[in-house]
Design a protein around this ligand. Structure first.
Ligand SMILES: [Zn+2]
Length: 180
């Protein structure tokens, strides 16, 4: 199983690099874990990323996001999802983004200077939207229609440096300037 995952993992990123020319995370960096065929890389010490339920929370949030946007898991095969400890991530020359999709997904684990307490409070669902429908201009009404999806994600535990915290998933889908 591990071998299979590793093999498919090496084959796909090269194609993605050629296809989108995006800024990839360190080439050859080993994922911290793999969800289906998507790799997850941690560059943050946010407490929620160190919680034992984190891989399952990433998977269930991705699953909810894919259902919301009408995509399948194959859309994320070969994608690397990087959680960054910085307040912003690099995104096609736009330094003010909290998330980015350019073939891979990069996410800040901060919101307005504070470390968020759960994966549902990052902009992961938003970036999965770009992976599934593109729409850099955010013209699709679903960018602003978060209620149905939020119901799948509310009520989950959060974590901060001192222990349990609330988990508010509401920031996950929102309109923002293009190219995020
Ligand atoms: Zn966006």
């Amino acid at each position: 199983m591990a071998q299979l995952l590793e093999r498919s993992w090496f084959a796909v990123p090269l194609l993605a690099l050629v296809a989108c020319g995006g800024v990839r995370p360190d080439p050859g960096q080993e994922p911290d874990f793999v969800v289906r065929d998507a790799a997850v890389v941690l560059r943050t010490d946010a407490a929620f990323t160190r919680s034992v339920d984190f891989p399952a929370r990433v998977e269930s949030t991705l699953d909810a996001a894919l259902r919301y946007w009408g995509g399948s898991w194959s859309r994320l095969a070969g994608t690397t999802i990087v959680f960054e400890g910085t307040s912003h991530v690099a995104c096609a020359g736009n330094d003010g983004s909290t998330g980015c999709y350019d073939g891979d997904i990069r996410l800040s684990t901060q919101d307005a200077g504070r470390t968020v307490s759960c994966v549902e409070a990052t902009v992961l669902v938003h970036e999965v939207g770009h992976a599934v429908i593109g729409d850099a201009d955010h013209a699709d009404p679903r960018w602003m229609d978060f209620t149905a999806l939020a119901e799948d994600l509310v009520g989950r535990p959060g974590y901060d440096a001192s222990g349990p915290a609330s988990c508010d998933p509401v920031a996950n889908v929102w309109r923002h300037p293009p190219r995020g």
